[in-house]
Design a protein around this ligand. Structure first.
Ligand SMILES: Nc1ncnc2c1ncn2[C@@H]1O[C@H](COP(=O)(O)OP(=O)(O)OP(=O)(O)O)[C@@H](O)[C@H]1O
Ligand SMILES: [Mg+2]
Length: 236
């Protein structure tokens, strides 16, 4: 069963139309990567899914519910969580406080959830009383995941989780995302490190100029000569 169905979404900013009828689907428990050139509308699509932008046309379904234009807070309560491309933690708060802030929907279980996050991200426990601004780029991203997971989502949306990170840290981030997926959480990732992202994904979509360009299984996209030429730096 699909957990997320985006059907022919038209959206943009004011008069400017960025998405001209994009459609994607995420099955329950699946990991799906979206990629495409800078400015093609990937973040706009994710913001539209998460209720931060209202589409002009088209439909978004979360499981059986039509969530088109629904406010973000309702979507979080329904089981969706989002890690934006930038500003995804509070730098002046401690690690512990950042995680506590993540539990704002239902604080009753926060202590157990924070313990679970520290089990998953031991680095964070070691620096729990430090300000988040003291963390490395990779640790900050782990904290952003931790905050998003505090909401116990069934669908996790991630916008360029490896932005600014070294190749080694990028691999670690994707290893951790794979672990998260193994707990049954469906993941939709925007990523420019296509090879690393597709290696842990079930399927992928290529967007170009606000339209669907190509989609398929992760393996078929990695084997596609056109993708290799355009996005994987030559023959793959
Ligand atoms: N808040 C905004 N107001 C007006 N235009 C915007 C806004 N945000 C993005 N745009 C424009 O919409 C288009 C798509 O932007 P978007 O951020 O969705 O692209 P992207 O595929 O995520 O790019 P990148 O790979 O650089 O993150 C771009 O032309 C961008 O300039
Ligand atoms: Mg973007």
């Amino acid at each position: 069963m699909s957990i997320l169905t985006v059907d022919s979404i038209v959206a943009g900013y004011g008069e400017t139309e960025v998405l001209h009828g994009v459609s994607i689907r995420v099955e329950a428990g699946e990991s799906v990567t979206i990629f495409g050139p800078n400015g093609c509308g990937k973040s706009t699509l994710m913001k539209t899914i998460f209720g931060l932008l209202t589409p002009k046309r088209g439909r978004v379904n979360f499981e059986d519910a039509d969530i088109t234009g629904m406010p973000t807070e309702s979507l979080i309560r329904m089981g969706m969580s989002y890690v934006p491309q930038t500003n995804n933690i509070f730098p002046s708060l401690t690690i512990q406080e950042n995680l506590e802030m993540g539990a704002f929907v239902d604080g009753s279980n926060a202590e157990a959830q924070i313990a679970e996050m520290y089990r998953m991200f031991p680095d964070l426990e070691r620096s729990r009383r430090q300000r988040a601004s003291s963390l490395s780029g990779g640790q900050r991203q782990m904290l952003a995941f931790g905050r998003a997971l505090m909401l116990e989502p069934r669908l996790l949306l991630l916008d360029e989780p490896s932005a600014g990170l070294s190749p080694i840290m990028t691999q670690l981030i994707f290893d951790r995302l794979y672990d998260i997926q193994q707990t049954g959480v469906a993941i939709l990732i925007i990523e420019h490190n296509i090879r690393v992202a597709l290696s842990m994904s079930n399927r992928g979509y290529v967007l170009a100029n606000g339209e669907n360009q190509l989609d398929g299984s992760a393996a078929s996209l990695l084997d596609n000569p056109e993708i290799g030429r355009l996005y994987l730096g030559g023959a793959s």
